[in-house]
Design a protein around this ligand. Structure first.
Ligand SMILES: [Zn+2]
Ligand SMILES: [Zn+2]
Length: 256
């Protein structure tokens, strides 16, 4: 059986919090590294795990909101100019919905030579989620549109018979149920309490319904805004009574 490991680099939100970084997750499979989201602070936590930036084979994004993508700029800049990262020819995939690929193009256009990978032996391959299924890093990656921005995408990453599903930012709908269906581990957002639920995000009631419909084996909750009052936290406690549900924490690793 291949190794298949998830490390939480940031389980936070747009709120800048010293204990919860903006979204960032490392997926290691078959000796390869995939960085899923790179919100602010992700790169510091990544290098703390001992992984160099040039050891990331694939970057993968759910949508273009800054809390999910803002470390893309320092990552590309570092890959171009950090002398410690320029020794070997490298290939890197960037998988994302059209707005994320557009952001990459806009950054290249704006910064030109100070960012362009040309000349430092880095080849970037852009992969669109419109392909619906791609393979990268020994993984089959299914891209499923979710309810958040018009092109927001959730993912199912599979290797052999193991599947890890990630909601991204998303509201509950039929696609999210399909995404989570019978997976070994679901990393699911739960932004707001029931009474303050916003369109395009999950609340504990929605998470409960998703678990009943999709029956994932294990669930990790992430992207929880810090401003829940004590009554609202009881809604989370109720969901956490289930053995299969737990809270994501920065720097935790688990085998899928
Ligand atoms: Zn977000
Ligand atoms: Zn968002």
């Amino acid at each position: 059986m291949e190794d298949f490991l998830l490390t939480i680099l940031g389980c936070g939100t747009t709120a800048i919090d010293p204990h919860k970084g903006c979204p960032g997750f490392l997926i290691q499979s078959g000796g390869k590294n995939l960085l899923l989201e790179s919100g602010s602070g992700t790169l510091y936590r990544l290098v703390k795990t001992g992984i160099r930036l040039d050891e990331i084979g694939t970057l993968c994004y759910s949508h273009h909101h800054p809390d999910h993508v803002s470390d893309l700029l320092p990552l590309l800049h570092s890959l171009k100019w950090d002398p410690g990262l320029q020794k070997y020819p490298r290939e890197m995939n960037i998988l994302g919905p059209p707005k994320v690929l557009d952001l990459y193009h806009q950054l290249m256009l704006f910064y030109q030579d100070s960012l362009s990978p040309d000349g430092n032996r880095l080849n970037v391959h852009l992969l669109s989620t419109l392909e619906r299924q791609v393979s990268a890093n020994n993984l089959i990656i299914d891209c499923i549109t979710v309810d958040h921005t018009p092109d927001s995408t959730g993912y199912r990453f599979s290797i052999q018979d193991k599947t890890f599903a990630y909601s991204g930012d998303a509201g509950l709908d039929a696609n999210l149920i399909k995404l989570a269906e019978g997976c070994d581990l679901l990393l699911c957002e739960c932004s707001f309490p029931n009474r303050r639920k916003m369109r395009g995000h999950m609340c504990p009631r929605d998470v409960g319904a998703l678990i009943r419909e999709a029956n994932p084996k294990k669930v990790l909750l992430t992207h929880i805004y810090p401003q829940w009052n004590s009554e609202e936290k009881k809604e989370l406690d109720k969901i956490l009574e289930s053995d299969r549900v737990s809270l994501a924490k920065d720097c935790m690793s688990l085998s899928i």
